[in-house]
Design a protein around this ligand. Sequence first.
Ligand code: HEM
Length: 195
Amino acid sequence: MSYFNTTITETITYYTGLSPTAFFTITLLSILVYRTVTSMFVSPQDFNKPPVVSARFGSSRFNDVTEPPKKPVQVGEISEKELRLYNGSDENKPILISVKGNIYDVSQGKNFYGPGGSYAMFAGKECSRALALLSFKPQDINGNLEGLDESELAILEDWEYKFIDKYPKVGQLVPEPRTQQIEHSQEDNSNMKPE
Ligand code: HEM
């Protein structure tokens, strides 16, 4: 084995005139430079593919591909109860929020509204009142605008513009289905006015 090592070191020195340490250092540096430079170019067949982001600190450097944003799906007219299904707990569903009865797909703001996000309490909810009052109280997270003054309504309008600007509108909130309303009102024992 030592004969083998000696032969290699002698051969390196004979042919390159370098000490084995210098030879291996230069080889390693060359490989590093080669890999850095080639990673700056895209091969012709990969030219139109979406970019691959290498996650330096991730478990795999090569499997992390940026997820293309999902096309917003129109949900049409849905009730508050149905809206609650879109609160970010199901990864296969978009995250939706309703402002003044208009439903927006806020999935791109997952950091805000997804599980653990600062504004997760608004996900899957009609949150006009909370936005107008700048409140996080659960009892304010609804669409009841009663008793709001002009300045609060103006704040709500600002929020509405922000949502219109930033997120696609994907539906409209409708009252709960009539059968449920009847069930509720019977439970409440309230008087039903004839139409
Ligand atoms: C201490 C007070 C607050 C601070 C420091 C704060 C800070 C922030 C910051 C830095 C952002 C990110 C802005 C951006 O990148 O576009 C944000 C977003 C947001 N804030 Fe606040 N916030 C506060 C209070 C509130 C309150 C009271 C509400 C409503 C009840 C609220 C609702 C929101 C919403 C809905 C978003 C996300 C908007 C979007 O989807 O782009 N915030 N906030």
